[in-house]
Design a protein around this ligand. Structure first.
Ligand code: PMP
Length: 429
């Protein structure tokens, strides 16, 4: 099919995520990718400055991962994961345990970030249920949270335009204001009350950086205080590391920057380097212990057809090898340093505010462009502006952020930075 045929058939048949069915922009047809670059069917090159929804940590079409998938496909492509196991899954579990907190003892496989959250919520609720504490059903989440698009994950996310048609079907939660330097004392005192409540089951949070909420950042000190207070009350702490995992915030996981260990950690996105979908819900031995029983009623009765798929595990293991290599760690540091220099330049611009940087994520807000949100006017203008200049940036409303693959070169980063600065130079205040 040529580019025109693909675009027409796409328009006729395909329902794309987060996109109105009548969409004047259409969808660009991508033929191939390599490292930080995407190549369209029309011959254009695009620098992927957001790792394609934050997944492609090692860039596109990575040979090491591709070969691992191919090799595994010839050996064993899939097998039911109840009653059976296989080496790629066991290897992945062992790999994960080397970077998870020392008190972690089990990993549960699912398919994506949202399902890793569903599993975490079920684990937390059933943790109390198995101990005959059925009244413990209340979840605390942060204002502005985004944990996914399934019903449980929507329930613990901010009520917003994303979920409005489904409000009647979402369960109630307690929402805690997003912590800032200004409000932290009040936030902590409210959290103190919420966690003291008899019904409080769990606290779920995106550690250090809220992704879809606008790359909002808060400090390790604040997170440490919240987690340690919750844990002192026995409240289960669920870290949603779906976006922040795999070095994104400078450490393997964002929670590595605090002393306390969450009880449950949700992992996805970067885990396979963007090659295949996978979600992991990992838990501490304290959580596991409550499920240690031969009774089926005490088991976590959850699973998906593709749970523990061997090819996906092989992709994750190959991605893990790349992640553990010195080159990857050096790239994460290099990007952080380059971002720091970029921030110095951004500081002189008066048409932006809240410049923030953590690890490989840099973000700022455009002044006078309205609110953060997928349907904001800012996004409609900024997204095509950069695409026309060969750069994939997907603003979150008035928030422009970069979250590049770790293999992005200095030259590519310069191209991205320069085009943002040119955009800001030409922006009428
Ligand atoms: N949690 C966080 C923090 C996320 O950023 C996302 C996706 N953007 C999810 C959960 C849901 O992941 P998925 O899209 O793979 O279902």
């Amino acid at each position: 099919m040529n580019s025109t045929e693909i675009k027409q058939a796409d328009k006729d048949l395909i329902w794309h995520p987060f996109t109105p069915l009548i969409n004047p922009f259409g969808h660009l047809s991508i033929k191939s990718g390599k490292d930080a670059k995407l190549f369209t069917h029309d011959g254009d090159t695009i620098i992927d400055a957001v790792s394609s929804w934050w997944v492609n940590i090692h860039g596109h079409a990575n040979k090491h991962i591709a070969e691992a998938i191919y090799k595994q496909a010839l050996e064993l492509e899939h097998v039911i994961f109840a009653g059976f196991t296989h080496e790629p899954a066991v290897r992945l579990a062992k790999n994960l345990m080397t970077i998870l907190p020392k008190n972690y003892s089990k990993v549960f496989f699912s398919d994506n970030g949202s399902t890793s959250i569903e599993v975490a919520l079920k684990m937390a609720f059933q943790y109390w249920y198995n101990q005959d504490k059925k009244h413990k059903t209340k979840i605390i989440a942060l204002d502005g949270a985004y944990h996914g698009d399934t019903f449980g994950s929507m329930s613990v996310s901010e009520r917003s335009g994303f979920t409005r048609p489904f409000f009647p079907f979402l369960f109630d939660i307690e929402t805690l204001d997003f912590p800032t330097e200004q409000n932290f004392d009040q936030v902590l005192s409210r959290f103190d009350k919420l966690t003291a409540d008899e019904n409080c089951a769990a606290f779920i949070f995106e550690p250090l950086v809220q992704g879809a909420g606008g790359m909002r950042m808060y400090t390790p000190e604040m997170l440490q205080q919240l987690v340690s207070l919750a844990q002192s009350r026995g409240v289960i702490c669920i870290a949603d590391e779906v976006m922040t995992g795999w070095g994104r915030t400078g450490t393997n996981f964002a929670c590595d920057q605090i002393e306390a260990n969450p009880d449950i950690t949700c992992i996805s996105k970067g885990i396979t380097g963007g090659a295949l979908p996978l979600g992991i819900t990992a838990c501490s031995s304290k959580i596991e212990a409550v499920f240690q029983s031969e009774e089926i009623s005490k088991a976590l009765l959850h699973g998906h057809s593709y749970t523990g798929n061997p090819m996906i595990c092989a992709a994750a293991n190959a991605s893990f090898e790349l992640f553990e290599a010195d080159e990857c760690k050096a790239n994460i540091q290099r990007i952080n340093q380059r971002h720091q220099q970029f921030v110095e330049k951004l500081n002189s611009y008066e048409n932006i505010e809240n410049i923030r940087l953590r690890g490989t994520i840099v973000a700022f807000d455009l002044k006078g462009f309205g609110e953060t949100g997928y349907d904001s006017d800012a996004r409609k203008k900024i997204y095509p502006y950069f695409l026309e200049r060969g750069i994939l940036i997907r603003p979150l409303g008035n928030v422009i952020y970069l979250l590049p693959p770790y293999v992005i070169t200095d030259e590519e980063l310069d191209q991205v930075y320069d085009s943002i600065l040119t955009f800001l130079d030409n922006l009428i205040n």
